[in-house]
Each structure stands twice: as structure tokens, then as C-alpha cells.
Design a protein around this ligand. Sequence first.
Ligand SMILES: [Zn+2]
Length: 56
Amino acid sequence: MLCPYCFEDIDHLTKDPHWGFVCDSCCIEMNRIDRDTDWDTWEADKRQYIAESSEH
Ligand SMILES: [Zn+2]
């Protein structure tokens, strides 16, 4: 199966409840990004950016 994150052909993809079918290394990477990212801030920044860009 093809990992949708790194597009590598992996024999066995893990079915992760969060990421869906993902290879082990991507699963680790995604969990790391998820842990390191403050999604509330990320959301607010995105909204801010959209608000600013629609003003112009
Ligand atoms: Zn992968």
C-alpha cells in the first residue's frame, strides 16, 4: 500500500485513528508535529491571515 503522507510503498500501513492509513515513520512524525504544534494558536494565526488578506 502507498502511504498517503510520504508516498512510499509500504507492505503494512498502520491504521491510526487520527491519521488514517499511515506508515510507522510518518505516524511518529505526525504525532510529533501534533504534539509540537499549538493548534489553537495555529488556527488563530490562520484566521488572522485570512482576515488581513481579505481586507486588501
Ligand atoms: Zn509514510
